[in-house]
Design a protein around this ligand. Structure first.
Ligand code: NDP
Length: 294
């Protein structure tokens, strides 16, 4: 079994991004700039946004965190997004999900200019991704593809089973793995809570992407010998044993599954760190106008 080491790969790619950010600063007189909007005080969201901001600083990006209380109206939020769309000093805009119930995430997602949509959630980017055109790819699936690429894993012809069909992870992951590219060219089965015989489906997989949100959901009896395991899950549990006060678990029973796997991502230290890389690469590409030239 080989560990797919998110720390090692992300640090290496971050060095490349930092070099390109420095070049961008020299030729443009400013840094690539990411704006993250955070509504409310969700613990997970606070941690993710703080980490995104910290990573931006590490690679030499400017980052701005705009914070609102839970009671902000949808109109106020959209007004701010439209302002940022017009601001030439802003390259990428992300709105951290989940949003309070009175705000429709679809409306917010579509309000972001697709040329600044570095989360890759806008329907324009989603459609372009499906057609293999230049676009911003959602950060988590993008990070996973970069990880597979880094380890030179040839996925052509593999049967990939994606567990979970969310708009941000499972669905785009299934599209990317099926595209005519490397990594890609897989035969993909996209599964979810209504899938019949889920265990049998997963057992057929050469490559498993687990994005469910349930601790240790994928157990050793569901996994074929030699399968590649990508564990997206981040499940927090209160713990007195860690400094932060909580411990993270993946969607895969790492201890028992790892002995059957050919490659496996740990949690923490796997996909989460690569997700940040996906976001940084999208932001840099937005600044350099590599995806949309107008
Ligand atoms: P969602 O809750 O949006 O989606 C979960 C998916 O899992 C749904 O499609 C759901 O099916 C499916 N599912 C739930 N229960 C079952 C079941 N018993 N059998 C089969 N399928 C099931 O989650 P996300 O995609 O946003 O996130 C998934 C996990 O990944 C979470 O732990 C999240 O914290 C983590 N995450 C990690 C990131 C990272 O950077 N590492 C980034 C984003 C998320 P249905 O559609 O039918 O309801």
């Amino acid at each position: 079994m080989q560990l797919l080491d998110g720390k090692l790969v992300s640090e290496k790619i971050k060095q490349d991004i930092a070099r390109e950010a420095a070049e961008f600063l020299t030729s443009n007189g400013r840094k690539p700039h990411l704006v993250a909007i955070l509504v409310g005080h969700d613990g997970g969201s606070e941690t993710y946004v703080a980490s995104k901001m910290r990573n931006c600083q590490q690679v030499g990006f400017e980052s701005t965190n705009i914070r609102y209380e839970d009671d902000i109206t949808q109109e106020e939020l959209i007004k701010k997004i439209k302002e940022l769309n017009q601001d030439d000093a802003v390259d990428g805009i992300i709105v951290q999900l989940p949003l309070p119930k009175h705000i429709d995430p679809e409306v917010v997602t579509e309000a972001i200019d697709h040329r600044k949509d570095v989360d890759g959630f806008h329907p324009v980017n989603l459609g372009r991704m499906q057609r293999n055109l230049p676009c911003f790819i959602p950060a988590t699936p993008y990070g996973i593809m970069l990880m597979l690429d880094h380890y030179g894993i040839q996925t052509a012809g593999m049967h990939a089973v994606v567990v979970g069909r969310s708009n941000i992870v499972g669905s785009p992951m299934s599209i990317l793995l099926a595209r005519n590219a490397q990594p890609g060219n897989c035969t993909v089965t996209l599964t979810h809570s209504r899938t019949k015989n889920l265990k049998e489906e997963i057992l057929r997989a050469d490559l498993i992407v687990a994005a469910i949100g349930k601790k240790n959901f994928v157990t050793a009896d569901m996994v074929k010998e030699g399968a590649i395991i990508i564990d997206v899950g981040i499940n927090r549990e209160i713990s007195t044993l860690t400094k932060s006060g909580y411990k993270l678990f993946g969607d895969v029973d790492f201890e028992r599954v790892s002995s059957k796997a050919s490659y496996i991502t740990p949690v923490p230290g796997g996909v989460g760190l690569m997700t940040i890389i996906g976001l940084l690469k999208n932001t840099l590409a937005a600044a350099k106008k590599e995806v949309y030239r107008y």
